[in-house]
Design a protein around this ligand. Structure first.
Ligand code: KIV
Ligand code: NA
Length: 265
C-alpha cells in the first residue's frame, strides 16, 4: 500500500474511517503488520514490560527506544511510525527537543509524550522544529507511582472536563494526535468529537478515530491476567498475520472494542 502519513490519518478522521495501531519493537513483526494493513506502528515503552521483563515502563532509556525504532524502521515499508519518549526524557522543553531529535533520526515519524497542559510549551517547541507530537492522556503509565496503580481516569464530570481542557490546550500548542488510555467510552466519544486532530484509544471505547493494542496482549501472550480492554485475536486457527488482519477488520467494522472492553463514566 501507499505510505501512511499524518495527512492520511487526518483525512481518515474527516472521512470517519477507523485506523489501526499496534505496538511493535522489531523488523519481522513490522513486516507482518505491513502485510496486514496496520496503518500505524507504535514503538511503545511497553517494551520495558513485554521485551525486557521490567515491572513498569520507568527503566526504559532513550537508547532502548532508538534501538527498537531503528529495528522497526528497517522492516517497515508503509506504516506511520510513532515512538514513545521514555520516562524523564522530556522533563523540560530543551531536553525533550534533544531526545526527540534522536528518535526522529532513528526512524520515527512522530514522538509520543505522556502528560497534560504542562506539556504545552514542549509540544509547541517540537512542533515548531518540525517534529510531530502525539500527546498521551488519561492513564499515563509513567506516572503509575503517582496514580497508585493502573486505574481508569476521567471518571466523573470534573475529571472529564479536565481531560477535555488539557486536550484542547495540547492541540492549541500543536499536538497532531491525541492518545487516550483507560477512560470511559462516553468520554472517548466526547473528546474525539471535540478535537480537530485524530484520536487513538486503548481502553477508551469504540468512538476514537484509531485503536491501539500492545501486540503481545492481542496475540494472547500475557504475563498474568490481561487488562479488561484486551482481546486475544490469535484464536480460531489463525496465524499471526490472520490475527493482525482480524484486528484490522474488527476495528474498521467497529466491532472491536465491544462494550465489555470499555469503562463507564
Ligand atoms: O507503550 C505503549 O505500548 C503505549 C500504549 C499502551 C498506548 O503507550
Ligand atoms: Na507507552
Amino acid at each position: 500500500g501507499k505510505p501512511v502519513t499524518l495527512s492520511t490519518l487526518k483525512k481518515m478522521k474527516i472521512d470517519k474511517e477507523k485506523f489501526t495501531c499496534l505496538t511493535c519493537y522489531d523488523a519481522s513483526f513490522t513486516h507482518v503488520m505491513n502485510e496486514a494493513g496496520i496503518e500505524t506502528i507504535l514503538v511503545g515503552d511497553s517494551l520495558g514490560m513485554v521485551i525486557q521483563g521490567q515491572d513498569s515502563t520507568l527503566p526504559v532509556t532513550i537508547e532502548d527506544m532508538c534501538y527498537h525504532t531503528a529495528s522497526v524502521k528497517r522492516g517497515n515499508t508503509n506504516a506511520f511510525i510513532l515512538t514513545d519518549m521514555p520516562f524523564m526524557s522530556y522533563s523540560d522543553p530543551k531536553q525533550a527537543l534533544d531526545n526527540a531529535a534522536k528518535l526522529m533520526q532513528a526512524g520515527a515519524s512522530m514522538v509520543k509524550l505522556e502528560g497534560g497542559s504542562w506539556l504545552a510549551e514542549t509540544v509547541k517547541l517540537l512542533s515548531q522544529r518540525g517534529i510531530p507530537v502525539c500527546a498521551h492522556l488519561g492513564l499515563t503509565p509513567q506516572s503509575v507511582h503517582k496514580f497508585g496503580g493502573y486505574k481508569v481516569q476521567g471518571k466523573g464530570q470534573e475529571a472529564a472536563d479536565l481531560i477535555l481542557q488539557e486536550s484542547l490546550d495540547l492541540v492549541a500548542a500543536g499536538a497532531d494526535i491525541l492518545l487516550y488510555e483507560c477512560i470511559p467510552t462516553e468520554l472517548g466519544k466526547t473528546l474525539t468529537e471535540a478535537v480537530s486532530v485524530p484520536t487513538i484509544g486503548i481502553g477508551a471505547g469504540v468512538h476514537t478515530d484509531g485503536q491501539v493494542l500492545v501486540m503481545h496482549d492481542m496475540l494472547g501472550i500475557n504475563l498474568g491476567k490481561p487488562p479488561k480492554f484486551v482481546k486475544n485475536f490469535l484464536t480460531d486457527g489463525r496465524n499471526v498475520l490472520n490475527a493482525f488482519e482480524a484486528f484490522v477488520d474488527e476495528v474498521k467494522a467497529e466491532t472491536f472494542p465491544a462494550p465489555e472492553h470499555g469503562f463507564k463514566s
